[in-house]
Design a binder for this molecule. Structure first.
Ligand code: NAP
Length: 271
């Protein structure tokens, strides 16, 4: 218990989370007297955690990470119908009536760095069909993109996602020739530290294509290096990490974060 408002990130494990760095940075910049911490919650502790925090009026909410993103949906209300769309929650907060509700800020975070890109009617390639890909596909379904090609190890899973989000397009195996596209997003674990490399040939992408890698460990992934070598515009995973945190910060603390300090924040996150 504290005497000041606070939010936190829960998960198992949790020590690796970068959320406290981001939220504390913004709280300090805005001189908000509040705290943001990490809290280790094991799967069997989730119900007790929610019950305890529900009674703690200083608690503004929490970010939710692995392995609780599905289980948390059984403990909070779902006004945005997240269960039927993205299918996972990453943020819980208190509604004005005191009720706890869940949402998912990943789709908004993904969209933040491409908000000014005219993608309506444009073709997109998405690599991956896991949790992050579902947030990406949800965002793409909202901006009326053209054809979406999903490349995934499990092609059936990818096809099902196209149908679920009402997107037209195709699901392909890794190694298939890429169609041309205005945007290519890596939403898979490939290229992440400790995972297999993402092997992909960018030759078919037009010169004005954007390559967006959600992986942020390492920050300069082989995919982004290859895109840069081809002279393509790139967006790294920190952009989405900061974007999804920004949506959550406003929910917890009622103010938009000061995004003009993003460069300083990025240095802090990479230190
Ligand atoms: P996830 O639900 O476990 O999905 C992992 C995806 O990667 C699946 O599509 C899986 O394919 C694919 N994959 C994993 N290992 C593979 C391999 N050896 N060969 C081929 N495909 C493989 O994970 P997630 O939560 O979506 O996260 C995916 C990545 O996005 C991670 O690197 C994560 O750090 C990053 N991410 C970043 C942000 C951000 O804010 N920047 C937010 C969320 C996630 P199958 O479907 O065939 O199993």
């Amino acid at each position: 218990m504290t005497n000041i408002p606070y939010a936190e990130v829960i998960g198992d494990p949790i020590a690796h989370s970068k959320s406290p760095i981001i939220h504390k940075f913004w709280l300090e910049k805005l001189s908000i007297k509040a705290d943001y911490r990490m809290f280790h919650v094991k799967p069997e502790e989730l119900a007790d955690y929610v019950a305890t925090r529900r009674e703690d009026q200083d608690w503004q909410g929490c970010n939710v990470t692995i392995p609780h993103k599905l289980a948390i949906m059984d403990h909070v209300s779902d006004p945005g119908n997240v269960r039927a769309s993205i299918g996972a929650m990453n943020t819980v907060a208190r509604a004005e009536n005191g009720d706890l509700f869940g949402t998912n800020t990943d789709a908004g975070g993904f969209f933040a760095p491409i908000a000014d890109v005219p993608l309506s009617g444009q073709d997109v390639i998405v690599i991956g069909a896991g949790g992050a890909a579902q947030a990406v596909l949800f965002a793409l379904s909202r901006i009326d993109v053209g054809s979406v090609t999903i490349i995934n190890r499990n092609v059936l899973k990818a096809s099902a996602l196209l149908a679920r989000f009402g997107l037209k397009g195709q699901a392909l195996e890794h190694g298939s020739a890429l169609p041309a596209a205005a945007l290519l997003v890596n939403a898979s674990a490939l290229g992440m530290k400790g995972q297999d490399d993402l092997v992909i040939d960018l030759a078919n992408l037009p010169e004005d294509a954007i390559v967006y890698d959600l992986v942020y460990v390492p920050i300069k992934t082989p995919l982004l290096k290859a895109a840069k070598a081809r002279g393509l515009e790139t967006i790294d995973g920190l952009a989405m990490l900061i974007g999804q945190a920004a949506v959550a910060f406003e929910i917890f603390f009622g103010q938009a974060p000061p995004l003009e300090h993003d460069e300083e924040l990025r240095k802090l996150l990479l230190a």
